[in-house]
Design a protein. Structure first.
Length: 273
């Protein structure tokens, strides 16, 4: 049997005088039914898996906000049918907390055929289509209907294949994409990694074509910018919740919030650059 995993202390909520509420207040919306809101950790070694360093079920079994932050710096691996592997470091995420979250596909606790993956065990992929063309990829967490959107990746391996896949989806556009443009957005990273609806409801801990491995030099709290989510301006107060997280100073992030970075620097959360 695998060793009992040690509990990690939750990242402390950012305390500020800004309009953002404390993150621990939001996290209370997304804890396990037994009241255990402490994120489970793992040593990232699953002995029963073919890949001994693959992130296992214990890693994904965290409350949504904790998982969204814990995913930063971890590595997404996609194995193509021809055997090539694409590797990308996760640099930006968004948390969607389930029933209480007006911006979530599972708001009100409603489960549909489309969002069923959001109610499945932590580590399940939820892939949905937008505008009838593009795809976005999420990872389910603890909490009914809660999931984390992967917004941006930093390509690490398989750059030629990543570029091929992105160019194939651009419908004849010939302008050469810079490396930082390949995966700097939720739909772009799906294009670059060949992710479509066929990946919906797949298990990241079991699938042979997509999984995650631990990153090196994982970020500390001071390296993470906490700000509002993108593209949900019509969701009232939920449009202002600090539920997007990204690595400060990483050029592969989709949208940088300079104002928020200045606020955090002024409060001592980030060093001034």
């Amino acid at each position: 049997m695998p060793r009992k995993r040690k509990l990690l202390a939750q990242l402390s909520a950012l305390q500020s005088t800004s309009s953002f509420p404390p993150l621990d207040a939001l996290e209370n919306l997304n804890t396990m039914s037994d009241g255990d809101s402490s994120p489970k950790s793992s040593k990232y070694f699953a002995t029963e898996k073919k890949n001994p360093s693959q992130l296992n079920a214990d890693f994904f079994n965290q409350p949504c906000i904790s998982l969204a932050k814990s995913l930063l710096g971890q590595i997404l691996v996609r194995k193509l049918p021809d055997g090539r592997e694409l590797w990308g470091r996760i640099v930006e995420t968004e948390a969607y907390l389930g029933g209480e979250d007006e911006a979530s596909h599972s708001k009100g606790g409603k489960q549909t055929q489309r969002n069923a993956a959001m109610f499945m065990k932590p580590g399940t992929l939820y892939v949905y289509q937008i505008y009838g063309i593009y795809f976005c990829m999420n990872v389910s967490s603890q909490g009914e209907g809660a999931a984390v959107l992967l917004r941006s990746l930093e390509p690490l391996q398989g750059l030629d294949a990543i570029r091929e896949l992105r160019n194939a989806s651009r419908k004849g556009l010939t302008k050469l994409l810079k490396d930082w443009q390949l995966c700097n957005g939720p739909s772009k990273l799906c294009q670059a990694f060949g992710i479509d609806k066929a990946f919906d409801q797949r298990d990241l801990t079991q699938d042979a074509a997509i999984w995650m491995v631990p990153g090196h030099d994982l970020p500390g709290e001071q390296d993470v910018v906490t700000t509002t989510r993108i593209g949900i301006g019509s969701r009232g107060e939920w449009a202002q919740k600090p539920l997007r997280f990204y690595l400060r100073g990483n050029k592969f992030v989709s949208i940088v919030d300079k104002k928020r970075e200045r606020e955090m620097a002024a409060m001592g959360h980030l060093s001034c650059s």
